[in-house]
Design a protein around this ligand. Structure first.
Ligand SMILES: C[S@@+](CC[C@H](N)C(=O)[O-])C[C@H]1O[C@@H](n2cnc3c(N)ncnc32)[C@H](O)[C@@H]1O
Length: 232
């Protein structure tokens, strides 16, 4: 696991090409996965959501499209800085705001200040997950929901084989080529392989104090959605 400063420098380097690479490398599935995340999060008019590790803000936009008010934050300013222009272009700048850079492990928000917290493709990069989970619980109101969208373990051996081939041989090359940072797109498949699978992540959330933890596989488990609640 690289240190936080290495993660920041990696994302600062790829920020200008990040959106394009997301859409190309996921073969357009990224929008579907964000939509499913936003639905699972329960985002709705009148609710205030925090999108942690929000990057360039597409995950925040998905939450705002559901009618929620969204604070979009990330500890890499070069990523976060690309959000506001996009929020304006999409006509959602009245519902989604980029906030000063925040580390998931030390959030600059008051206790119980959000109805929901979401983190998409970010928790895999966090050095100390238990610290981040404790922060998510702290800023959630009782009954509030945490939603995690993250790469996971494909369900079937044939899909795992296909996905390994794609991520190790194709994704890393195209990613390195378009972003100019081959290391960043070698790190991506490696970090996915060392990240807890669906069951292990659900167990971590339970140990951290979340209740009613459930998960759903998307696209055969290439990506998984975990949801947990803060007890009332
Ligand atoms: C793969 S991007 C995901 C961005 C966005 N959520 C999306 O769905 O496209 C991961 C983001 O996590 C951020 N990140 C990694 N570790 C973090 C931490 N400890 N605190 C806050 N942000 C973090 C990185 O800066 C990066 O912008």
């Amino acid at each position: 696991m690289p240190e936080g400063s290495q993660v920041q420098s990696m994302f600062s380097g790829i920020a200008p090409r990040y959106d394009l690479l997301n859409h190309v490398l996921s073969l357009g599935l990224d929008f579907y996965w964000w939509r499913r995340m936003a639905k699972a999060s329960g985002a709705a008019p009148g609710l205030r959501m925090l999108d942690v590790a929000a990057g360039t803000g597409d995950s925040s936009l998905a939450l705002a499209r559901q009618g929620a008010e969204v604070i979009s934050t990330d500890f890499t300013l070069a990523m976060l800085a690309l959000g506001p222009a996009k929020f304006h272009r999409k006509g959602l700048a009245h519902r989604v705001w980029a906030s000063l850079g925040a580390d998931a492990q030390c959030l600059p928000f008051a206790d119980q200040s959000f109805d929901g917290v979401a983190i998409c493709y970010g928790i895999r990069n966090v050095e100390q997950r238990p610290r981040a989970f404790a922060e998510f619980l702290r800023v959630l109101r009782p009954g509030g929901r945490l939603t995690i969208l993250e790469f996971s373990r494909p369900r079937w051996a044939w899909l795992r084989g296909l996905y390994d081939f794609y991520s190790l041989k194709i994704l890393s090359r195209i990613g390195g080529w378009i972003s100019g940072d081959a290391r960043a797109y070698t790190y991506l498949p490696e970090s996915i392989r060392t990240f807890p699978d669906q069951t292990a992540l659900a167990a971590e959330l339970g140990s951290a104090g979340f209740s009613d933890v459930v998960w759903t596989n998307l696209t055969g488990g290439i990506v998984a959605l975990h949801v947990g609640e803060k007890a009332r």
